[in-house]
Design a binder for this molecule. Sequence first.
Ligand SMILES: [Zn+2]
Length: 194
Amino acid sequence: MITSLLEGNKKFVAEVFERERPYFDELAKVQKPTVLWIGCSDSRVPVNTITQTRPGEVFVHRNVGNIVATNDWNLSAVLEFSINHLNIPDIVVCGHYGCGGIQALDNEDAEDRYIPIWLINAQKARSRVDQKLAGLHIDVSPEKRHQLIVEENVRLQLDHLREYPFVARAMAGGALRISGWVYDIASGEIRIVS
Ligand SMILES: [Zn+2]
């Protein structure tokens, strides 16, 4: 498999890089992305493909379940760099239906050590949805419930984002907007949830 990745790179250099040489020459000097994408690591949600964006346009952070955890130094450094150094004006948190991370909120594997700890940061999305459904006495299909939790998880992670003082400050000053989206892997469409 990794051989085909290197073959793909040869093709990229020969067919794309050479054709768009001036664009890549400019990119080699500086990056000016206008969006920070916080998405899931899922292989079916490749940001540049599903948004038809090019190298240099989107700064990217991906993890299991598109989670924003304020004790995550990896994401914290990405945020600091994006906002304070790249002056990125938009952050998108994008979840997706069929998310294994969200499914794992219901089905913990006893063998896993790290996934359950990581998913603590998303548990509230599940409980919010279950409480709402119980309160409304609504019975929904497991698939619909999953979709609702995926959407709620995006809203929850936006809440976490606002907990960073420098994020809140940038938003208050009008320098930063945050948006919540969900990608439907069955249709290829992105839905705006917040
Ligand atoms: Zn996922």
